[in-house]
Design a protein around this ligand. Structure first.
Ligand code: GLP
Length: 250
């Protein structure tokens, strides 16, 4: 695993965007696994800037997103489809038909999840999967205790995650209690993984995930078993790793 520590959120975002950009330049028709949340917003802003300058094109890129809230329409401002449109897709040249986000209004979640697994396989698998991390170590919406063998599935969100994500909604009551999410198996099948973390509130989860044992109680800890993981974070999120003696590049 490579660990890059950046001085600021902006520098962290630029480093993460660099890695994504390199993937797109190396393989223009690559499959990018994309993530939502506050953490990757700066990464997407940097990619948009490079696209606008003419340095980068997403014309042949295909994308699959990690997850979506169950019950939210794609037009709901807190849906992850809306997030992706407003933070990235609307500002770059990716073809709309090449962007894929789970349908939060699917009548039958099991059918939607099975179709998503097939879609990922039909695309040839994910070349680079971008991840954030929840404060409890969750990745996508794979919560503590979820089985590592799961593919895309229906999830009941934990109180911790509902609490953490309430900041995006008018009130805590409006946060959906369920979501559709790629499983750990889909994520681990990606050829490369890029995980971004910032802020002191993530420091303990980062430490547990990368210095602790691999355990279902800390979903991100499974990444220790992946052969190609890059962790990019700011000092606040990475300081416990550095104190534990992990080799951190500047
Ligand atoms: C949500 C998403 C995750 C994301 C996490 C952390 O739960 N499903 O994919 O990593 O939030 O979000 P943030 O970056 O806002 O801390």
């Amino acid at each position: 695993m490579r660990i890059y520590q950046a001085e600021t959120y902006q520098a962290m975002s630029r480093r993460a965007a660099n890695i994504i950009s390199a993937q797109v330049i190396y393989k223009p028709d690559c499959v990018l696994g994309l993530a939502t949340g506050g953490t990757p917003v700066g990464t997407y802003q940097q990619l948009v800037e490079w696209f606008q300058k003419g340095d980068l094109s997403f014309a042949e890129v295909r994308s699959v997103n990690l997850d979506e809230y169950l019950g939210l329409s794609p037009h709901h401002e807190q849906s992850y489809r809306y997030f992706m449109q407003t933070n990235l897709f609307d500002h770059i040249d990716i073809k709309p038909e090449n962007t894929h986000v789970l349908n939060g209004l699917a009548k039958d979640p099991a059918v939607e999840c099975a179709a998503y697994n097939k879609l990922i396989r039909d695309l040839g698998g994910i070349d680079l999967q971008l991840l954030g991390m929840g404060r409890n170590g969750h990745i996508a919406f794979n919560e503590p205790g979820d089985d590592f063998g799961l593919e895309t599935h229906l999830v009941s969100l934990t109180e911790n995650t509902i609490e953490a994500n309430a900041r995006f909604f008018a009130s805590r009551d409006e946060v959906p209690r369920h979501a559709l999410s790629m499983g750990i198996k889909n994520i681990m099948n990606a050829r490369r993984i890029l995980i971004v973390v910032n802020g002191e509130e993530k420091a303990e989860a980062v430490y547990q995930a990368f210095c602790g044992p691999v355990t279902k109680q800390v979903p991100a800890s499974v990444l220790q078993l992946h052969p190609n993981v890059t962790l990019v974070g700011d000092k606040a999120a990475l300081h416990k790793l550095a104190e534990a003696g992990e080799t951190v590049c500047g």
